[in-house]
Design a protein around this ligand. Structure first.
Ligand SMILES: [Zn+2]
Length: 419
């Protein structure tokens, strides 16, 4: 009898152990995602290609572009081929290209993805007679057999940009330009490391507290290049935290803020679907730290703690997905402060009812940024996901009111701990 019991128990224990200690990826991850040793990526050829007669032109010769090839399929149907930087990869097919024609015509434009299926509504923008225009293609026909889409597009000699998200204020060069214009005396800008392609990993610090060991709030964004709605929420969030409002000024008496706005600059510049220049999902590298981008942030934040400069209270990692969703740390895991995300998520839902925010709690076993914050500082942290197609005004309002409700909660936490 005893023998039989043992036989049943042993394999069960083995399985139980394996599932909690060896995280191998979320359901939507490709196999091998947690092996973050350098892989090979295919560098995109920057070029302008003409097809048909009169010619239609497509160009990827600009920052954040992605279009791998372009050809005519039949009289008025043209196809842009879009490939990822390497595969396998999560389905996040970023595209961005300019298109124009030698003579005005309406064409059918097909976006054909290799290694992925259509996800982002095409955004069209350009200038006509000096006037800026933009619109979103909502009626593209989806082909279930191969995941491509086709839509009608008026093309003429004025180049239009077709992209997965509007590019304004989302490019790496926009961040550099913006920080060069920084006028706030309490904000410092540091380069804490470099990407594989020698682009700076930027750290912004907002610090005007006079307290010896203040609280620290950490903001991460753009580990995944196409996740622009998350980045826009981060931008609105940061702007509110660093504003002149009474709440923000009070908040900054007790807390300093460390922000890493574009953690994957090579991915953003090269129009990647998800990975860095060495083909790695950076948000699976927060245990092994094989990549320079994650190493730089780890080192910067460890020195913050070692020098006793500040005590980390909370971390937010901004992303986007197909819905508005918060991924808190499981309520049972004790963090300090404890269950702040659970309290905050009630306020976010109340303040933004039209966004239908959901929460889904996770254990802390995966090698993602949020879990590293918890493991390293004992602090609470959240992955903050904004829906792929939430409009810019709604994102701005969300980022602003979420920053306000969090500042109030954190000030309360500070007072509980210190008064
Ligand atoms: Zn993401």
């Amino acid at each position: 009898m005893v023998k039989i019991k043992l036989l049943i128990l042993v394999p069960f224990l083995f399985i139980a152990c394996k599932s909690s200690s060896n995280f191998t990826g979320f359901s939507y991850d490709p196999p091998g995602v947690t092996n973050t040793v350098d892989k090979k990526t295919e560098e995109i050829k920057l070029r302008t290609i003409g097809a048909g007669s009169p010619k239609v032109w497509v160009s990827n010769e600009f920052e954040s572009a992605r279009a791998n090839d372009f050809y005519q399929v039949n009289v008025n149907t043209f196809e842009v081929l879009i490939k990822p930087e390497n595969a396998p990869i999560n389905n996040s097919p970023w595209f961005a290209f300019k298109i124009w024609s030698d003579s005005a015509q309406v064409i059918n434009l097909r976006l054909n993805y290799k290694g992925g299926k259509h996800r982002y509504l095409p955004k069209v923008s350009g200038q006509k007679q000096g006037v800026q225009f933009s619109h979103i293609i909502r009626d593209a026909a989806y082909d279930t057999s191969n995941g491509s889409v086709t839509f009608g597009l008026h093309v003429d000699e004025n180049p239009q940009t077709v992209s997965a998200h509007f590019l304004d204020n989302t490019r790496f060069s926009d961040l550099i330009a913006e920080i060069e214009n920084n006028r706030k005396p309490f904000i410092t800008i540091d380069t804490i490391g470099f990407s594989h392609q020698e682009k700076p990993i930027i750290e912004l610090t907002a610090n005007e507290t006079e307290i010896i060991n203040p609280g620290a709030l950490l903001l991460f964004s753009r580990q995944h290049p196409p996740e622009v709605p998350g980045y826009k929420a981060y931008q609105a969030f940061w702007n509110e935290l660093t504003s002149d409002s009474e709440l923000a000024v009070t908040f900054r008496k007790y807390f300093l803020i460390k922000a890493y706005p574009i953690i994957n600059p090579d991915g953003v510049v090269n129009g990647h679907w998800r990975h860095n220049f060495k083909g790695i999902d950076l948000n699976r590298d927060w245990e092994n730290f094989n990549q320079p981008e994650t190493q730089a942030i780890k080192n910067a934040l460890l020195s913050l703690q070692d020098e006793g400069t500040a005590t980390v209270f909370y971390g937010i990692d901004f992303h986007s997905t197909n819905e508005n969703i918060l991924y808190p740390i499981n309520e049972e895991v004790v963090t300090s402060p404890d269950n702040l995300t659970q309290e905050w998520s009630v306020l976010i839902k109340e303040d933004n009812p039209e966004l239908n925010f959901r929460s889904e709690e996770f254990d802390t076993s995966s090698p993602i940024a949020k879990n590293w914050i918890y493991r390293t500082f004992g602090a609470d942290a959240v992955t903050f996901e904004v829906g792929d197609e939430v409009d810019e005004n709604a994102i701005r309002s969300l980022g602003t009111n979420a920053a306000q409700s969090l500042m109030k909660l954190l000030i309360d936490e500070w007072q509980k701990r210190n008064e």
